[in-house]
Design a protein around this ligand. Sequence first.
Ligand code: SF4
Length: 235
Amino acid sequence: MIKKILVNEIHTCLQGEGTNLGKPSVLVRLQICNLRCSWCDTSYTHTYKSDSFNRYTVDELSDLIFQKDIPHVIFTGGEPTLQNLGLLSRTLLQKSSKFSFEVESNGTQIPHKSIKDFLYSDYALMQWNISPKFENANQKLVNDAMEFWARLSENHSLVFFKFVIRKRHKIRDLQKILEIITKFKISHSRILLMAEGTTQKSQLSNEWLHDICLEHGFRLTPRLHVLIFGAKRGV
Ligand code: SF4
């Protein structure tokens, strides 16, 4: 049986969040997520209804990505680590050594333990943007997975932790974020904070977030695509 990858959308864009903000990219949104966060803005990736996504072999999908002619690829979701990103990335690197990859993950999975064909060496091929979901999304951390990503960040310079923080509950959210960082011994230099929201207003006038980041040595990431396009999909 040929294992297929479930893809919700593929399009070119400027990376809208994180350390590569503004970078021309190919965004590959994979279908299916293991969580149901209360403020999820991509719940359309949760369904197995066949008219919501396409199924591609690794060769088919790598051809589609290659044709976009941009060497930086963002794997997002849904939860992209539920599918074989290692094999896909290695296949793309065989087409061109110029490819670079970053993964937006909720940090609940340990890919080399759950995905056949995901090699431990595959971690080094990608930047990992781990966005832990906790009580502010009505979720609980998966401790062994968080421990894995935290320890990986000590040996891999491209592992970051991006926390969503809500303006209305900033004190409570910040307290929890600090607890998590302390518990898993994560360097503050690897932490990014992002204001929750899919409206342009939610990403403006966030002096409160600026001040929190400066005080704690965190990076602030805006949501560039939201600032420019609002809640529009596929941008
Ligand atoms: S992890 Fe991401 S895609 Fe999954 S439910 Fe949470 S916000 Fe949505």
